[in-house]
Design a protein around this ligand. Structure first.
Ligand SMILES: CCNc1ncnc2c1ncn2[C@@H]1O[C@H](/C=C/CNC(=O)c2cc(-c3ccc(F)cc3)cc(O)c2O)[C@@H](O)[C@H]1O
Ligand SMILES: [Mg+2]
Length: 214
């Protein structure tokens, strides 16, 4: 039977990237998606903006919503200090299985907790399961119509502190209009749009960075 796109993306990593070298894994995926087969990774252009936000926040605890194949998981984890933790939620078991192998190939297992489950079910469990007091950074890249309900759930679970940063992919394309409206009009957030392009294309897209004011 025909392989899946995530399986072909993993094959490209295993073929072209060096075990234990997260940058080579990121580069192998970008090369594959730009020249062989497009996939919905945040990509290299928006990835540089992600890198700068991660470096600025220097987070001890990161939550990623929507692992997919683990591209942004590896991209973020490679910048984290040794004992920092990245919790990434993925409810598709096939994608989770691929992501685990991509994360392992990059040698990032120590910094990453990949949870196979839905955000709605797992966000309320994060504090007790992982001994997390607050999230320093949240990267939203799952179903676009779930950005807002999950942000409200994160707030209700008391997972944000003054200065916590939400970084959302695809706020222009495919778009997350209700989420944008919320974070840009709320007194509880200071929001900033980083204009860029949809991964591996010339189509406009961007990231929205929203700082929780408490
Ligand atoms: C039910 C909500 N909770 C969830 N909990 C855990 N994991 C979830 C959840 N939702 C979705 N997921 C997972 O996140 C991933 C979903 C990502 C959705 N992303 C997109 O649709 C997307 C789509 C595009 C895109 C852009 C242009 C196109 F022409 C076609 C597609 C680009 C992107 O950067 C994207 O992020 C999958 O792995 C899915 O299994
Ligand atoms: Mg995306």
């Amino acid at each position: 039977t025909r392989s899946t796109r995530p399986q072909r993306l993993l094959g490209a990593v295993q073929k072209s990237a060096t075990r234990g070298d997260p940058c080579s894994v990121v580069n192998a995926i970008d090369q594959f998606c730009r020249h062989t087969e497009w996939a919905m990774n945040v990509g290299d252009e928006k990835g540089c903006i992600l890198d700068s936000v991660v470096s600025e926040v220097n987070p001890a605890t990161v939550l990623e919503l929507g692992t997919y194949c683990g591209y942004s998981t590896v991209r973020i984890a490679r910048l984290l200090p040794p004992h920092a933790k990245l919790i990434t939620l993925e409810f598709n078991p096939d994608f989770a299985a691929i992501a685990r192998q991509v994360i392992a190939w990059a040698g990032m297992e120590e910094k990453v907790h990949l949870v196979e489950g839905a955000s709605g079910e797992w966000i309320p469990k994060i504090k007790e399961q992982f001994g997390v007091k607050a999230l320093d950074l949240v990267f939203l890249d799952h179903w676009k119509d779930q950005y807002l309900p999950d942000t409200k759930l994160i707030e209700e679970c008391g997972l944000l502190r003054k200065g916590s940063v939400l970084l959302a992919d695809n706020v222009i394309f495919p778009g997350a209009p209700q989420y944008l409206e919320y974070v840009r009009s709320s007194q509880q957030y200071e929001s900033q749009y980083f204009k860029s392009h949809l991964e591996y294309t010339k189509v406009e897209d961007g990231l929205e960075k929203s700082v929780f004011l408490g």
